[in-house]
Design a protein around this ligand. Structure first.
Ligand code: ZN
Length: 202
C-alpha cells in the first residue's frame, strides 16, 4: 500500500509556514515503512531536533481506481480517522531551501500514525471537526469544511496520476497550529469530540 499526503490544504496552515496558498493540490508520499507499528509510542529520530506534529483527517481506500471523478470519489473509501503526519521540520527546511524532494523529512520510519478507523457513513465528511491535544491542551482544531480541496477533489486529482489501491491511505492536510514534540509528550486525536488516537512521544 502507499500513503499519499496533501500539503497546504488549509489556508491558515499554508500561511503559518510562509507558503503560498496553492491553486492545485500539493502531493507527496510516504512509504509503507512509515506506518507506526507499535501504535502507542513515537520515537523522535536522531537526525532531527525539530519534529512537528500535523494532525490530519486520513481516509482509507477500499476500491481500486484511476481517473476517479470527484462525483464518484465517495464510493472509494468507507473508513477514516485522525492521523499524524510527523514532519522533521528542520530537515524539510533544508530540503525546501535547495528545491529538493521532502521524503527524508516526511517519509521516515514511524512518521505516519493513524487512529482508530471510523465508518464514513456515520459522519458528514464535508463538515467534520477534529482536534489534536498535546499534554491535554488543544493545539490544533480543524474542520474539513475549511479544506482548500475536498476529500473527493483530492481523490479525483490524485487518481489522475496514481492508481489508487485497496488499503492506500490519504492524509488530507493539516490545519494551523503545527508545532514541535518533545520526549514525554502525549498526543491525542479527536473526531467530533470522540478520542480516536493516543501516542506517547519518546
Ligand atoms: Zn501534513
Amino acid at each position: 500500500m502507499k500513503i499519499i499526503c496533501v500539503g497546504r490544504n488549509y489556508r491558515k496552515h499554508a500561511e503559518e509556514l510562509g507558503n503560498k496558498v496553492p491553486d492545485e493540490p500539493v502531493l507527496f508520499m510516504k512509504p509503507d515503512s512509515a506506518i507506526l507499528r507499535q501504535r502507542d509510542a513515537f520515537y523522535i529520530p536522531d537526525f532531527s531536533s525539530d519534529v512537528h506534529y500535523e494532525a490530519e483527517i486520513v481516509v482509507k481506500l477500499n476500491r481500486l481506481g484511476k481517473r476517479i471523478q470527484s462525483k464518484f470519489a465517495h464510493k472509494y473509501y468507507a473508513e477514516f480517522t485522525v492521523g499524524i503526519d510527523f514532519t522533521a521540520r528542520d530537515v524539510q527546511a533544508k530540503l525546501k531551501a535547495k528545491g529538493l524532494p521532502w521524503e527524508k523529512a516526511k517519509g521516515f520510519d514511524s512518521s505516519a500514525v493513524c487512529g482508530k478507523w471510523l465508518p464514513v457513513g456515520d459522519y458528514d465528511m464535508s463538515n467534520l471537526s477534529f482536534e489534536l491535544k498535546k499534554n491535554g491542551q488543544v493545539v490544533q482544531s480543524g474542520n474539513t469544511s475549511e479544506m482548500l480541496f475536498s476529500i473527493d477533489e483530492i481523490i479525483d486529482y490524485t487518481s489522475q496520476y496514481f492508481t489508487l489501491k485497496i488499503g492506500d491511505q490519504i492524509f488530507t492536510g493539516t490545519p494551523e497550529g503545527v508545532g514541535p514534540v518533545a520526549h514525554g509528550d502525549i498526543l491525542e486525536g479527536f473526531v467530533e469530540g470522540t478520542k480516536v488516537l493516543e501516542v506517547k512521544v519518546k
